[in-house]
Design a protein around this ligand. Sequence first.
Ligand SMILES: Cc1cc2nc3c(=O)[nH]c(=O)nc-3n(C[C@H](O)[C@H](O)[C@H](O)COP(=O)(O)OP(=O)(O)OC[C@H]3O[C@@H](n4cnc5c(N)ncnc54)[C@H](O)[C@@H]3O)c2cc1C
Length: 495
Amino acid sequence: MKPSLPVDRVSGASYLRGHIYRELAAVVGAEHITADPAELQAQAHDWSWMSRYLIYKQLDVPAADMAVRPGSTDEVKEIVRIASTWKVPLVPRGGGTGTQGGTLALYGGISVDLGRMAKILDIDETSLVVTTEAGIAGPVLEEELNRRNLTQAHYPGSYTMGATVGGFIAARGSGVVSTKYGKAENQVLQIEAVVPPGRVVKTLPVPSHATGSDLLQTFVGSEGTLGIITQAAMRLDPLPETRQFLSFSFADIFAGIEAGRQIMINRLRPAVIRLYDEGDSKKLAEWVGTPFIGTLMIVMVDGTQELTDYEARAITTLCEKAGGTSLGPSAGQIWWEGKYEPYKKGKLPQPPLVYGTTDTVARFRDIPAIYRARKQAVEETFKAYGARYTCHLSHFYDWGTMLYDRFYIEQAPDDPAEALELHDRIWDVCTRVGLANGGVVNEHHGVGLKLGRFVHEQYGPDGWALVQALKDAWDPDGIMNPGKLGYGPPKNSRW
Ligand SMILES: Cc1cc2nc3c(=O)[nH]c(=O)nc-3n(C[C@H](O)[C@H](O)[C@H](O)COP(=O)(O)OP(=O)(O)OC[C@H]3O[C@@H](n4cnc5c(N)ncnc54)[C@H](O)[C@@H]3O)c2cc1C
């Protein structure tokens, strides 16, 4: 049996913790609960800069008091019931690949690791729908589907790092082929979730209906603040018969944005459009080896031979009309084959570098202004620190696109308080510039702890009051992942 809770001195609080620990151990089994400080740290860390910086400085992140690994929905239901009774915070955790501090346990409590709930429950090959437990990692699911010539076409950069189906939905994520196959919000048909004080909710079997407010989409993007997703039914697609790659160079990013707009408003459906600004293009040029001047765009179309032949021709015509020069297939092919390489451990940016991906999304009309304003804001406001800004666009909608832009400062101040303050200040500037020019707080990484302070501004006081009222109705004690998505601490809690 793992060690029980360390009790430094006998007090009401430590007695209560021991009591709750034993109640939870009776539900999940003693081998699936821990209060070991090192394991609790591992349950709290994610891939946010804050988390990575604190590891670099050998400082602790805010961690839970205990972590449980349930094996079934019934066990999750009991955990939520116990936490609701004692008004103890619950912090769901999938693969811990989030970048927004969503798994940091700001108010302690119980970390709920979904890693044991990783079964494939049903593959409906007639409707092309798979139902799984929420803790399954993308590649594990994909391996089984590929054997049947199917795919759950959600391939985020964190694909090989352990991201789970529950995490895709909870953070409203997207993958590299999302322009054609949709984001998690478009792929999910149904979920099962457990909400306080221990209710098991199943949304409707199909996502399109005319039955009033949509329970399913209220859970999507809720980042564990409303309930714990235990199962999900996701749309599948046939593995494409063929893929064709195209690449183009443009004089500048704005000509490339116009080409992307033309592709989308003509309702073509490439699986991938990736457009890199000058800074990112230079980085990519070394990798793909194709010489070009200006900015690079990579396109991938997939499906039947007939469809891809048609789309490749039509996209080439539109890109050349927008001023693009066709560079042939190899840059796209090389990128596709190495697409997870930049995300491999050891290759990712890491402290003492200060960095952040400040992705946003807006209508085509507003995108050029946001790009210009953000680049200027980073490079001028933080000039004294040598700040750099790069950007690419990797998901295109019928009406607009997103900016996946990053800031970098080579050397964080040595004092942790100063470093964290500088990091937050750059986010303040970037996020507010986005909001002021028609953008939103985030496109696909979620909000977590890092961006919670902007959600109130995004919705305004009246909009926020409604969002908060919804949260209060679902989670009256505020125990679900408190401090995230702009929500405050748990209420009525003596924890
Ligand atoms: C290198 C790198 C590249 C990335 N690239 C992408 C990308 O291309 N696209 C993209 O969308 N994201 C990307 N991400 C971000 C991240 O991987 C995604 O948000 C992913 O979907 C998170 O899944 P996870 O299982 O790791 O969730 P976690 O990190 O464990 O959790 C994220 C949030 O969701 C909540 N949560 C997790 N599981 C559940 C559940 N079952 N029920 C309720 N709440 C839950 C957590 O409480 C937390 O708030 C990247 C991250 C890294 C580090």
